[in-house]
Design a protein around this ligand. Structure first.
Ligand code: NOJ
Length: 487
């Protein structure tokens, strides 16, 4: 096994307290007027990321794809989708990141390929087959997890859309093929991978039925999956076999797992990965008690990646309400460890229209970035692939001019984060107040509807709004960071 999470030695790895910024390439910046964001567009906007102060960016998939699942159906793992650019454009992007001191992560999609990937015809034994559907497994977006392949007359497994056949990671040739992919991009300058759908990578070797659900699933699932206890169709105990192969190929490169499971299930994955997203945190109801419990449990693992939104779930501004966006930023960026920001959250973007491109209804979370306060948002000179939502109401340019904007708050929080030390210590506070210490600092967020007394005394070094600076009380919906008085 290569140098993995256990081999980091004395000094902390670069990602330990890093802030990551998720770029959804098709919606970030278009450089050629075709209405679709691209790699050159990303290069032209790197300054936004350095101005914000983030450490790294993660690009959602950039490889050739028939787009049945917006790029998560890859048909060539070592190419660049022509709508996004070329390998040379990728090299320029990697060089630009290096010059600016930004680390670069790309998305690795190992659980399935596109059905149009040549492997599906050339190496059918790399996939999972049965003459007839052998069990009751359901796909993540609904429908059976087995589809008929007309050519062979057999059924193949797909944990997601039928256009995404699942690979068989028990087959050593699959592991070798992915090791080559992992090394290819590391050779081209990536610092790591966000690894897709890892809880789906390994399933029961006996393909046993999932039993009927005995309780609500710990994280939201499609209702057809939620009706089952998905204990055989995913999260197989033999996952280490696959993860060890990925780790071996990645060496010291960062591996951040998308493991859609509660924190208690993550240790098995963290034996090989550096980080795993904290999805319980993303889905926690906006209440002090529940968030407090979730962050305390996740922080114990020490290597979770804090995340409140991404391209799969409602925009923060819509999910929590626009009022809560400032407190959510404070929370996300003051927790110990690494935190992920989804593009557009820093200006408070809300859900856009469902334009019927993604069959699972996720267009709403993927609308183009709003750079300028004008109808096209400065995103593209052509017709955008998804319409702009409300650039006149919120944009990077307008918020950069305003020291009280949400964008300015994100920037201040990222700077302040460098001064926060120590682990997470959830402290006693009035009901509805979420409060935790980070060394000499105390973070207090009032999630109630009445002002509440601050849980510590000292100097307020950051507040979500001017009013909150009046130490003694934290106004409803606001939060602050206090540097405790040294006694
Ligand atoms: C998780 C990705 O974030 C999502 O967008 C995709 O549909 C599934 N994995 C399948 O790859």
């Amino acid at each position: 096994m290569g140098a993995g999470p256990k081999a980091t030695g004395g000094s902390a790895p670069w990602w330990r307290d890093a802030v990551f910024y998720q770029v959804y390439p098709r919606s970030f910046q278009d450089s050629d007027g075709d209405g679709v964001g691209d790699l050159r567009g990303i290069v032209s906007r790197l300054e936004h990321l350095t101005w914000l102060g983030v450490d790294a960016l993660w690009l959602s998939p950039i490889h050739p794809s028939p787009m049945a699942d917006s790029g998560y159906d890859v048909s060539d793992y070592t190419g660049i989708d022509p709508t996004l650019g070329t390998l040379e454009d990728f090299d320029s992007l990697a060089a630009g990141c290096r010059r600016l001191g930004l680390r670069l992560l790309i998305d690795l999609v190992p659980s399935h390929t596109s059905i149009e990937h040549p492997w599906f015809r050339l190496h059918p034994d790399w996939y999972v087959w049965a003459d007839e559907p052998p069990n009751n497994w359901r796909a993540s977006f609904g429908g059976p997890a087995w589809s008929l392949d007309e050519g062979s007359g057999r059924h193949y497994l797909h944990s997601f859309y039928p256009e995404q056949p699942d690979l068989d990671w028990r087959n050593p040739e699959v592991r070798t093929a992915f090791a080559e992919v992992v090394r290819f991009w590391i050779g081209r300058g990536v610092d790591g991978y966000r690894v897709d759908a890892l809880d789906r990578l390994m399933k029961d070797s006996g393909l046993r039925d999932d039993p009927p659900a005995s309780a609500e699933p710990p994280l939201p699932l499609h209702p057809e999956q939620a009706a089952l206890d998905t204990i055989h169709s995913r999260n197989d105990p033999e996952i280490g076999l696959a993860l060890a192969a990925l780790r071996d190929a990645a060496g010291e490169a960062l591996l951040v797992g998308e493991v859609y499971l509660p924190s208690r299930e993550l240790p098995r994955y963290l034996e090989h990965l550096d980080l795993a997203f904290a999805f319980e945190f993303l889905h926690a109801p906006w209440s002090a008690g529940e968030i407090g419990e979730v962050i305390a449990a996740a922080a114990k693992l020490e290597r979770v990646a804090w995340v409140l939104s991404n391209h799969d779930f409602p925009r923060l501004g819509s999910r929590l309400g626009e009022e809560a966006a400032r407190a959510a930023a404070l929370l996300l960026l003051t927790l110990p460890g690494s935190s992920f920001i989804y593009q557009g959250d820093e200006i408070g973007m809300v859900n856009g229209a469902d334009e019927g491109i993604d069959r699972a209804g996720r267009d709403r979370f993927r609308h183009p970035m709003q750079w300028e306060p004008e109808p096209g948002g400065g995103f593209s000179e052509g017709t955008p692939w998804l319409g702009l939502t409300d650039p006149e109401r919120r944009s990077v340019a307008a918020q950069r001019e305003d020291p009280d904007s949400l964008l300015a708050l994100y920037r201040r929080l990222i700077a302040l984060r460098r001064e926060l030390e120590g682990g997470l210590d959830v402290i006693d506070a009035p009901p509805d107040m979420l409060a935790y210490a980070r060394g000499a600092h105390v973070v207090a967020i009032n999630l109630g509807v009445e002002p509440a007394p601050a849980p510590a005394s000292g100097v307020v070094v950051l507040a979500t709004s001017d009013e909150s600076c009046n130490l003694g009380a934290v106004p409803a919906g606001e939060g602050l960071v206090i540097r405790r008085a040294v006694v």
